[in-house]
Design a protein around this ligand. Structure first.
Ligand SMILES: *Cc1c(COP(=O)(O)O)cnc(C)c1O
Length: 212
């Protein structure tokens, strides 16, 4: 697959061995006809940005394919936490204390303990979700120590229209300071830059599935 070989090449050039970068195939808006060929080819890690859409699509795929790992990459409303915890394996978009509380409660109730990334508003853009960079390290600590969440990494969506590299580098430094091992950064247009800056997860949609 062309994207996999580009990931491998970027990893060889810049950093960790290729199998340490996880390709999260972002299948939002696409239906079974588009997704099944990727499942058949062995892709198992997918990202969806809406809880309801994921609920309509993924239970049936899980019945037919083993080992699917589904990531929530869009905003999570508190009233959708129960449904999201049942559906997803990884939450990439923890962006506020109230949601940390709700997730911890639901994990306790169900015994499901999902891996969680904290979303950082790395460009400090008012229209974007995420914890402010200056508060990210303290927030990760609080999520762990107060709420008992397993925070595995940081995630960001950098500003449009400017080079992403400096933002990815900032996220990597915050990740080191917070003591998390994983960084979800890089989309179709900039995943090689993300890998250059230490991404462990790249979220690629249109380069795999075509334009939305
Ligand atoms: C849609 C989306 C992606 C994938 O974007 P492409 O440009 O299609 O690769 C990645 N991350 C998030 C949070 C998204 O919403």
């Amino acid at each position: 697959m062309a994207i996999r070989s580009r990931i491998a090449r970027a990893s060889d050039r810049f950093g960790p061995p290729p199998d340490t970068v996880t390709l999260v195939a972002v299948s939002k808006t696409f239906g079974a006809a588009a997704i099944v060929p990727f499942l058949e080819a062995g892709q198992r890690v997918f990202g969806e940005n809406r809880v309801q859409e994921a609920g309509d699509k993924w239970p049936a795929f899980r019945d037919s394919y083993d080992g699917i790992e589904l990531h929530l990459i869009g905003p999570l409303q508190s009233n959708k936490v129960k449904e999201a915890v049942a559906l997803f394996d990884v939450i990439e978009t923890l962006d506020r204390e109230k949601l940390a509380v709700a997730l911890a409660q639901e994990f306790g109730k169900t015994g499901r303990k999902l891996a969680v990334f904290v979303q950082v508003n790395i460009g400090e853009e008012p229209q974007k979700a995420g914890i402010a960079p200056a508060e990210a390290v303290a927030f990760v600590t609080r999520c762990r120590e107060v709420h008992g969440l397993e925070i595995v990494g940081l995630m960001c969506i950098p500003p449009d229209g400017v080079p992403a590299g400096p933002y990815f580098a900032s996220l990597a430094m915050l990740g080191r300071a917070a003591g998390v091992g994983k960084l979800s950064m890089g989309m179709s247009g900039d995943f090689e830059t993300g890998i250059a800056m230490g991404a462990t997860h790249v979220r690629v949609g249109s380069a795999l599935f075509g334009a939305r």
